[in-house]
Design a protein around this ligand. Structure first.
Ligand code: NCD
Length: 316
């Protein structure tokens, strides 16, 4: 049995096959409409979500399966003090696969150790968000035709943004990627990611403060929200929240085929007028998340056996 807790739980070939399957599903969703008949997905969301939870549910429903779950910790027995280990033991009897979002880093990993069903990390604190990464890679691939040889700007809250952490981990495995980290001093990419992930990859990288400095060089601009809920005090958030606002004027400095991505939700960091620009791909990116999650559910349930290598049991 396989889980998806960290983006590296899928090797590069598996990731490629999964994205290819997502593309096939997108092209012909009707062909997959009954592949999960009789199966149940449990969505265990201890932290707020719109896209991730609903796209998981939509994915399972579009595969013919059913869904159950909760969308906040207060409505679950966690509010009574139940541990993640106990919750997952029980859910293993109620569902065939589960997606878990938790405010504590590492909670889905703990769940995977006790689960009898595949566990998908749908975001753990400021740590990782591997299914958003697959969604991001899918959009990059669809818009650029390849994930190799791209200059990728990651902009905003690179410190607390788990989507950024996961995306960097996944991107270092592609060829000739150049990273441009755009953030205020206080929200720079964590040192451990630079030291343990970026530097050993040998890819070139730089850190800049101003988006305008690098805009003409970028192939992909990945915007992120300042993660208010992870700040220790409100004043710091208020000071930093509008560090970057992508406006049509700034976008005018970008390449004609720049891909502007955002995991969403957007707060202020992309001006609404940018939505009209054909390079603004974030809503299409979010739509792609459904097909990616359909592919992932099929793979983890063993219903598309060619996707995952047999030998690589990651956690179990
Ligand atoms: C992201 C998250 O939850 O980390 N949202 C998402 O899943 N699409 C990004 C964010 O909340 O800023």
């Amino acid at each position: 049995m396989r889980h998806l807790i960290d983006p590296l739980d899928l090797n590069l070939e598996e990731t490629g096959r999964l994205l290819e399957l997502a593309g096939k599903i997108l092209a012909d969703p009707a062909a997959y409409a009954h592949r999960c008949d009789g199966r149940i997905l449990a969505t265990l969301f201890f932290e707020p979500s719109t896209r991730t939870r609903l796209s998981f549910e939509s994915a399972m429903l579009r595969l013919g399966g059913q869904v159950l779950g909760f969308s906040n910790a207060q409505s679950s027995s966690a509010a009574k003090g139940e541990s993640v280990a106990d919750t997952i033991r029980m859910i293993s009897g109620y569902a065939d696969i589960t997606a878990m979002r938790h405010f504590k880093e590492g909670a889905p990993l703990v769940a995977a150790r006790y689960a009898k069903i595949p566990v998908i990390n749908a975001g753990d604190g400021g740590h990782q968000h591997p299914t958003q990464t697959l969604t991001d890679l899918f959009m990059i691939l669809r818009s650029r035709g390849s994930i190799d040889s791209l200059t990728i700007g990651l902009c905003g809250d690179l410190k607390f943004g788990r989507t950024v952490h996961s995306l960097i981990k996944a991107l270092v495995r592609y060829k000739n990627v150049r990273f441009v980290f755009i953030s205020p001093e206080e929200l720079r990419t964590p040192g451990y990611i630079l030291k343990e992930v970026v530097e050993p990859s040998g890819h070139s990288w730089q850190e800049v403060r101003r988006m305008e400095e690098v805009m003409p060089e970028l192939d992909v601009l990945y915007m992120t929200r300042v993660q208010r809920e992870r700040f220790f005090n409100e004043e710091d958030y208020v000071r930093l929240k509008d560090s970057y606002i992508l406006t049509p004027e700034k976008l005018a400095m970008g390449k004609k085929d720049l891909a502007v991505l955002h995991p969403l939700p957007r707060v202020n960091e992309i001006h609404k007028q940018v939505d009209q620009d054909p390079r603004a791909l974030y809503f299409e990116q979010a739509r792609g998340g459904v097909f990616v999650r359909m592919a992932l559910i099929l793979a983890l349930l063993g219903l598309e056996p060619q996707i995952l290598d047999k030998k690589e049991g990651t956690l179990c």
